[in-house]
Design a protein around this ligand. Structure first.
Ligand code: E4P
Length: 218
């Protein structure tokens, strides 16, 4: 299972990378805006800064929503660094763009996926990753994790190479459920990744080991 961090914040990316368990980064225009990055040049530089921190898999989202615009922008993004994965919204021109990039050997991440049908189209078009948004479905009382399971079943049925990238992950249980279901990737906030560390018995056990050690040295 791959772990991506879902942020454009360089300090958080460095912290996750230092843990030694990070496989990539996902960004989106909202996450870039949150970091206050303005203008295409600065945005592209920021992607390069992210690529300098991690080993691979940096999802950079196109802003264009028409086929020609997506091809132009995606080609520019892919040229920034070999670690870039072009993130494309799951709309009609997005499917065409994914097909184009797939034939050019440019990796893609189909984003804003909320149904099995959308995921199936992305896989048929040759997407490298498909990103179902778990948390946003939960937010509207739909079962985000059920969608992950449904997509995994469909991809397994046909042996699609497209990887299921569980996105919009909100907490540690989402990550555990993704792992149980066999999702290829989970992209998570740093807090959820670090949340996996927590267990009170670990803290209590460690305190006891250290106190016994200290006593034995008196
Ligand atoms: C990542 O690829 C997605 O853009 C992201 O996970 C969306 O998360 P959110 O629903 O918390 O904004």
């Amino acid at each position: 299972m791959k772990f991506f961090i879902d942020t454009a914040n360089l300090e958080e990316i460095k912290e996750a990378q230092a843990l030694g368990i990070l496989d990539g980064v996902t960004t989106n225009p909202s996450l870039m805006a949150k970091e206050g990055i303005k203008g295409k040049k600065n945005i592209y530089r920021h992607y390069q800064a992210i690529c300098a921190i991690v080993d691979d898999n940096v999802s950079a989202e196109v802003i264009a929503t028409d086929y020609a615009g997506m091809i132009k922008e995606g080609t520019e993004l892919a040229a920034l660094d070999s670690k870039i994965v072009v993130k494309v919204p799951l709309i009609e021109d997005g499917i065409k763009a994914i097909k184009y990039f797939s034939e050019k050997g440019i990796r893609t991440n189909a984003t804003l996926v909320f149904s099995a049908g959308q995921a199936l189209l992305a896989a048929k078009a040759g997407a490298t990753y498909v990103s179902p948004f778990v948390g946003r479905l939960d937010d509207i009382s739909e079962d985000g994790m059920a969608l992950i399971e449904q997509i995994i079943t469909i991809f397994d049925n046909y042996g699609f190479a497209t990887e299921v990238l569980a996105a919009s992950i909100r907490h540690t249980m989402h990550i555990i459920e993704c792992a149980e279901m066999g999702a290829d990737v989970a992209t998570c906030p740093l807090k959820a990744i670090k949340g996996l560390l927590n267990h009170p018995l670990t803290d209590i056990g460690l305190a006891k080991f250290l106190s016994d050690y200290r006593k034995s040295q008196e």
